[in-house]
Design a protein around this ligand. Structure first.
Ligand SMILES: Nc1nc2c(ncn2[C@@H]2O[C@H](COP(=O)(O)OP(=O)(O)O)[C@@H](O)[C@H]2O)c(=O)[nH]1
Ligand SMILES: [Mg+2]
Length: 283
């Protein structure tokens, strides 16, 4: 069998997490329209008759950001590039390739690891994907360029085939049914965090961390208790909302998705708490 590690690289918001989910065939990573949602590299495992591919979704590269969290994320991205078998460099034709793209390409050109460029969001019309021509002209010494869509699963198979062709023979890294390296608790926390990102504006979601404190089976219901940590009292108020409407919406969305994913009833017990220093405890 074939096996190997493949890193998904690219700017924030190009669709790396969406692509990871498409490749694995299950929702492993959270996806939001906001940049820098992914906070730690998430692994998603593709099992196939040909072998196994471990995909690593990276948080993207944060240019010019000097805060400890961004710095740490940049270090993580560099560490991820060691000892891997191939890179899928994801590009977004709806945004102009700027200095950030150049920084990433400079980094990738230096590597000897085989690269496949995946031009994503091919489902969008030319009016929206205005930079297709520029993106198609990308030359970083890649083995191949595939145009497709992570959202509609267009040409995902083509990408998978190209990767299997590149990968060495090897043993399986994960048991056959395992789709991610995240624990169930971590995944539940990520699911709730995704809803926080989808419901709240501007900087508030970035000030939050979700800690799952209890998971229990109660009859045929999965009971999940979690704390949404934020850095300031005024954020706490906004996350809870008037008459707790915001928190209820976040909880309802997370519960619905959890019920869909697990095919059983779920009950979410969410509280919001303030800790200006949560970053030191959880990252
Ligand atoms: N139209 C379209 N949107 C996409 C596609 N892939 C991702 N997106 C959207 O782009 C945004 C960022 O996606 P995400 O996977 O979180 O990007 P990441 O930051 O690179 O991980 C989300 O709103 C996605 O729904 C695609 O193939 N087509
Ligand atoms: Mg992501």
């Amino acid at each position: 069998m074939k096996s190997g590690f493949v890193v998904l690289a690219g700017r924030s918001n190009v669709g790396k997490s969406t692509l990871l989910n498409a490749l694995v065939g299950s929702k492993v990573a959270i996806v939001t329209p906001k940049p820098q949602t992914t906070r730690r590299p998430v692994r998603g495992i593709l099992h196939d008759a040909r072998g196994q591919i471990v995909f690593v979704d990276t948080p993207g590269i944060f240019m010019g950001k000097k805060d400890p969290l961004s710095r740490r994320l940049n270090d993580i991205v560099r560490e991820q590039l060691d000892g891997i078998d191939a890179i899928v460099y994801v590009m977004d034709p709806t945004r102009k390739p700027g200095p950030e793209e150049e920084t990433i390409q400079r980094l990738l050109r230096k590597l000897t690891t085989p690269i496949i460029v995946f031009v994503n969001k091919n489902d969008l019309p030319d009016e929206e994907a205005r930079f297709r021509t520029e993106v198609r002209a990308t030359d970083i010494g890649q083995r191949m360029m595939v145009e497709g869509s992570a959202a509609t699963h267009q040409h995902i198979q083509k990408l998978t085939d190209a990767l299997f062709a590149l990968l060495p023979e090897g043993e399986a890294y994960y048991p056959e049914k395992q789709l991610t390296d995240m624990s169930n608790t971590e995944w539940l926390g990520e699911l709730i965090r995704e809803k926080v990102f989808l419901h709240l504006r501007e900087e508030i979601p970035y000030s939050t961390h979700v800690e799952v404190t209890d998971v229990q089976k109660r009859g045929d219901t999965q009971y999940v208790a979690a704390t949404i940590w934020t850095t300031e009292d005024r954020y706490k108020g906004m996350i809870i909302g008037t008459k707790a409407q915001m928190l209820k919406s976040i909880g309802a969305d997370a519960r619905k998705e959890l019920e869909m994913a697990t095919n059983q009833n779920a009950f979410l017990d969410l509280i919001v708490d303030v800790d200006p220093k949560w970053q030191q405890r959880f990252t």
